[in-house]
Design a protein around this ligand. Structure first.
Ligand code: SAT
Ligand code: MN
Length: 587
């Protein structure tokens, strides 16, 4: 830490100006070193909310207890600031620049009095990549600094980028008093600026993630001809040594991290799954007519609930050291504990708020408890995950959590139909959003909370991107969560999802059977390898079935949803809906 001479002057100016308004007692530049992390950690430990784990089991790991009122992203406090409300669209809360300055900027005045302001320069994307973009987060939260140094590339590499491009996204974050009534996460897409106040958690406060990585980046991508998506990226290596890459969009807490780190079932000897990213993909057309993707992050901020050596051994290995556990329980020997890790917590375990836990006392960990871990520690991290050019995409997957309606997998007829499938996907809500859990909400491309501009324009951008590439990835929809009449999952999920990925890649290679249905191409049971799964033919049929009655209702709901976008909705999307209706009527 400490002031350095080689700070680009536009950045120095921004820091000085912000400090004048927020009035911190001092300003500290962060370089992302271990020494710096050690000092921050000591400081944070004094709050009693940052507890070093047992180094015998979890070296250099910490349990962090957030404020109980601040445990998930708060979409109702999240705004896009533009002069024209139409630019933000019906998918965003909108605030005028004037109101933002008067109502929100005034909250920042003196907000860091008596505190340290940390300056965190960070890079999104691999260094020396045409995808890479810099940001700076000014924050008074040591937890944010310690998280950002895992989630992004902090320090000199970012300053060099700012120096050579003159370009960076400005971000200011102040904890203030965590008052939920005055909590704001504001995005200025044109100004490339982010303001976050009265929150300290995850996507509200780690400004590189959803704020820059998706909301600001999606706007930049629209202007510059690329895509910023809420997608994992994985590679599947075949026994012949060839690797194919897939990107997949699911809403928060629907298993993106598990899929990204999937372990193929034992019967698939010679196959490997490589993890490139688990949450965000920046995607560009390449000269070869394909789409190329990078993971702009450097770490994972994954859901812990249900994670154990059986469901996700690779995540378990990833967070064994140098990691942060937010809102988990703490066992008497100072290890983190969460629901699903083992059958029951050891006696004497503390819950996520530090209270002694008793059976029947509610959950030990908060359902949105998370790990923050360096991506390079993942045993399946792709050897080329930091390739400046990214990886070429063979397929794009959309998916959600649906008890019914959506079959295990289907393939879109073509790019435009695929855009429609993504634009109309739906999922039951999870603990990653504050608010009711288990309600079906339509979440186009899993970007509803993250698209930094009018989603009608976003759909148009997707359609146009398809026209610009000569070798588009094929588009699929998957649903691991379909249940039977008793509410039991029909599909085993986790590692067994590999079987679905194999069908998808075989389709892309022109080598797998499919039957056309009203919603797309569905595999006949014989086209999927279901060996050893002990599924009855009835279960398989139910899993792959397309009920016209359910889909007619679905089409009505889709129509209602799309109506929100009014005349701005691309006509291609309305045509797709009419075509779906015609196919449903014909069947
Ligand atoms: O809290 S985050 O937005 O970072 C995680 C998520 O909801 O996906
Ligand atoms: Mn996410």
């Amino acid at each position: 830490m400490g002031e350095v001479a080689s700070v680009p002057s536009i950045l120095a100016e921004y820091v000085r100006e912000t400090a004048r308004w927020l009035e911190p007692s001092d300003t500290v530049w962060c370089w992302g070193t271990d020494e710096e992390a050690g000092l921050l950690s000591e400081e944070l430990a004094q709050t009693g909310r940052w507890i070093p784990c047992n180094p015998d089991y979890y070296p250099n790991c910490f349990v962090y207890r957030s404020d109980p009122s601040d445990v998930a992203r708060t979409e109702k406090s999240t705004y896009i600031v533009t002069a024209d409300p139409e630019e933000a669209g019906p998918n965003n809360n909108w605030m005028s620049p004037r109101e933002a300055r008067e109502r929100v900027w005034s909250l920042f005045q003196g907000a860091m009095r008596g505190k340290t302001m940390y300056v965190v320069p960070y890079l999104m994307g691999p260094p020396d990549s045409p995808f890479a973009r810099a940001g700076v987060e000014l924050t008074d939260s040591p937890y944010v600094v310690l998280s950002m140094r895992i989630m992004t590339r902090v320090g000199a590499v970012a300053l060099q980028h700012i120096e050579s491009t003159g370009d960076f996204v400005r971000g200011v974050h102040a904890l203030k008093d965590l008052d939920p009534a005055n909590r704001y996460i504001l995005h200025w897409p044109r100004e490339k600026e982010i303001w976050s106040i009265n929150t300290g958690y995850g996507g509200n406060a780690l400004l590189g993630k959803k704020c820059f990585g998706l909301r600001i980046a999606s706007w930049l991508a629209k202007q510059e001809g690329w895509l910023a998506e809420h997608m994992l990226i994985l590679g599947i290596e075949f026994p012949d040594g060839q690797t194919h890459y897939v990107a997949a969009a699911f809403p928060s807490a629907c298993g993106k991290t598990n899929l990204a780190m999937l372990v193929p079932p034992r019967r698939y000897t010679g196959f490997k799954v490589w993890t490139v990213g688990d949450d965000i993909a920046w995607i560009r057309p390449g000269e070869d007519g394909r789409l190329w993707a990078v993971n702009p992050e450097a770490g994972f901020f994954g859901v812990l609930k249900g994670t154990n050596p059986r469901t996700n051994p690779r995540a378990m290995a990833t967070f064994q050291k140098n990691s942060i556990f937010t809102n988990t329980g703490l066992t008497p020997d100072r290890c983190p504990w969460w629901e699903g890790l083992t059958d029951a917590p050891p006696e004497g375990t503390f819950d996520w708020q530090g209270r002694p836990w008793q059976p029947g006392a509610g959950p030990v960990a908060h359902p949105n408890a998370r790990f923050t871990a360096p991506a390079r520690q993942c045993p399946s991290i792709a050897p080329n995950w930091e390739d400046p050019q990214g990886v070429p995409l063979t397929a794009i997957l959309f998916g959600g959590r649906r008890k019914s309606v959506a079959p295990l997998v289907y393939e879109a007829f073509d790019w435009e139909h695929g855009v429609f499938v993504g634009a109309t996907m739906a999922s039951e809500t999870t603990a990653a959003q504050s608010g009711a859990v288990g309600v079906v909400r339509r979440d186009p491309m899993a970007m509803l909370p993250f698209c930094g501009y009018n989603m009608a324009d976003y759909f148009r951008h997707w359609i146009e991107m398809g026209r610009r590439i000569t070798r588009p990835p094929r588009i699929f929809h998957v649903n691991w969560f379909r249940t039977d009449e008793q509410g039991r999952f029909l599909w085993p999920g986790f590692g067994e999802n590999f079987r679905v990925l194999l069908w998808i890649l075989a389709r892309c290679a022109g080598q797998a059977e499919a039957r056309p249905t009203a919603i797309g191409y569905v595999p006949p049971p014989t086209a999927l390898d279901l060996a050893d799964l002990a599924m009855s033919p009835g279960q398989v049929e139910q899993l792959l079935s397309v009920s016209h009655e359910e889909w007619r209702r679905e089409a009505d709901e889709i129509e209602q949803f799309l109506a929100r976008f009014g005349s701005r909705l691309p006509k291609e999307i309305s045509h797709q809906l009419s075509a779906l209706r015609r196919r449903l009527a014909a069947g």
